[in-house]
Design a protein around this ligand. Structure first.
Ligand SMILES: [Zn+2]
Length: 168
C-alpha cells in the first residue's frame, strides 16, 4: 500500500495527474490517511469555517455548520441547500430542457432524445450559478435523489475517523 502526500491528493482532486498515476491510486487499497488528506485539501479551498464531512460532488459538500452543528448540504460558494438527509436538488434552480429546441442546443437534431420521452434537468446553485448535476429522466419521473450516504458507517467502519457532532 502506497501513501500519498497532500500535494498528490490535491493534484488528484484537480485532475492534474497522469492517467497511469490516477489508475494506480484508485485501483490500489487506500492508505488510511487518504480520506483525511482529501478532506484537508477540500477544506483549504473553501472560504467558510464549516467542517466538510463528505463531498457530494466537485463543488457541493455535506458540512457541519460551525455555529449550529447541524449537518447541511453546502455549495462551495457558501449557499446552503437543505439538510444533509434532504435532496439538495430541491434547493437548486432547475433548468429543464423539455423541448426540441432546448435539447438541440446540446445535441444535434436526430441525435437528441425526443422531448416527449426524455428531458434534461440541470441543477444550478441559486447563489453562484455553478451547475452541480444533470439528470436525464423521462419527463414524468420525480427528481432523482441518487446518493443517501450512510455517514456514520463510513466514518466508523471505513475511514475510522471520529464522527463530527451532529445537532439534527
Ligand atoms: Zn453556489
Amino acid at each position: 500500500m502506497t501513501s500519498y502526500t497532500k500535494k498528490e491528493v490535491g493534484d488528484l482532486v484537480d485532475g492534474r495527474l497522469p492517467f497511469n498515476t490516477v489508475h494506480r491510486m484508485l485501483s490500489m487499497p487506500k492508505d488510511v490517511e487518504r480520506f483525511e488528506l482529501y478532506l484537508q485539501v477540500l477544506q483549504e479551498r473553501v472560504s467558510w469555517p464549516d467542517k466538510i464531512i463528505l463531498a457530494r460532488g466537485p463543488h457541493l459538500y455535506i458540512v457541519q455548520d460551525a455555529k449550529s452543528k447541524r449537518w447541511v448540504n453546502k455549495c462551495a460558494c457558501g449557499h446552503v441547500m437543505g439538510e444533509y438527509h434532504e435532496n439538495w436538488k430541491l434547493y437548486a434552480n432547475i433548468f429543464v430542457r423539455n423541448s426540441e429546441a432546448l435539447l438541440n442546443e446540446l445535441q444535434p437534431k436526430l441525435m437528441a432524445p425526443h422531448h416527449e420521452w426524455q428531458e434534461i434537468r440541470e441543477f444550478i446553485c441559486p447563489e453562484c450559478g455553478i451547475m452541480h448535476d444533470v439528470e436525464a429522466p423521462v419527463p414524468w419521473y420525480p427528481i432523482l435523489n441518487e446518493f443517501e450516504p450512510d455517514i456514520e458507517t463510513f466514518y466508523r467502519d471505513w475511514v475510522k475517523l471520529p464522527l463530527p457532532e451532529k445537532a439534527n
